[in-house]
Design a protein around this ligand. Sequence first.
Ligand code: SF4
Ligand code: FES
Length: 356
Amino acid sequence: MVDSPLALLAELTHRCPLRCPYCSNPKELTRAGAELTTAEWARVFREAAALGCLQIHLSGGEPTARRDIVELVAAARAAGLYTNLITAGVLLDAALMARLVEAGLDHVQLSVQDAEEAGAERIGGMKGAMTRKQAAAALVTASGLPLTLNAVVHRQNLHNLPHLIEIALEWGAGRIEVAHVQYYGWALANRAALLPTRAQLDEATRLVDAARAAHRGRLVIDYVVPDYHAARPKACMGGWGRRFLGVSPAGNILPCHAAESITGMIFPNIRETSLAAAWADSPAFNAFRGTAWMPKPCQGCEHAERDWGGCRCQAFALTGEAAATDPACALSPHHGLLADALADAGETAFRYREFS
Ligand code: SF4
Ligand code: FES
């Protein structure tokens, strides 16, 4: 018996005015003309709610690059979903904010690339982005919606972690997610420039613990650590096909936002099937569900139902085998690949993705 998914990630578009070197967009971007229409997305939202999803994350790319973003929020609300907008904030103005609130938006997650304008410009590749983000945060809090800051951290901005936490307090966020980069797609291409040192990671963890204690009751700090310094992998997506459902801009139904990085895997498309059928019966969702598919040493391991064998996208990216034990696990025969990557880290030049 397959459980219901809890949340839907709707990647509305791959278009975005920023070009972060750890972008979660695939290397092959969906063109605007191939994106799902407003009516198709509304059907996805209704089907997600019927399947048991409680929340929807409207994401991208930059979701406000869709001209119909207000209609999409209204459609998600009409489907009965708690609606979260994950945005870079640089396209948000007072008029759009008012329309989003009126349409029923529940929550905003705003990304920040660094704690200072120069670093934010260098990482996100957009002039003046930080000032616009601060203005967006003010619009969100003035509207009465809860605000979360998403701070992706890495070798080149970790020194500013205390300042990022201060910004969350100054801008009125109730929560900040301090997330170390996860290395697939673009982040893997830029890994040498982004991987933190062990000392940086330990200092970041110490700072987060201290800030949690100092700001208890005022600011919640979520913390996502990088696998590369770990001995055990994370339970990526809470286990493949267990909790999470994503839909790409072109309508592919995905067990993980990065699943299309696993080349050769065929994903069902919302234009050809229903979310319920894809979730329950598709080969893609069933490929790594549960524990029966696991190779040794995962097979029979006492952690198998805790971490579900780690991350399939990372296993594929590092070993070429999506079914391999995640190399982040010290028991994996490929664990040495992570030590090699750490030894190579230290370059400072990014490769940015290009938009045409
Ligand atoms: Fe997890 Fe597999 Fe490592 Fe066991 S062997 S800890 S199940 S990744
Ligand atoms: Fe895809 Fe971990 S990112 S399974």
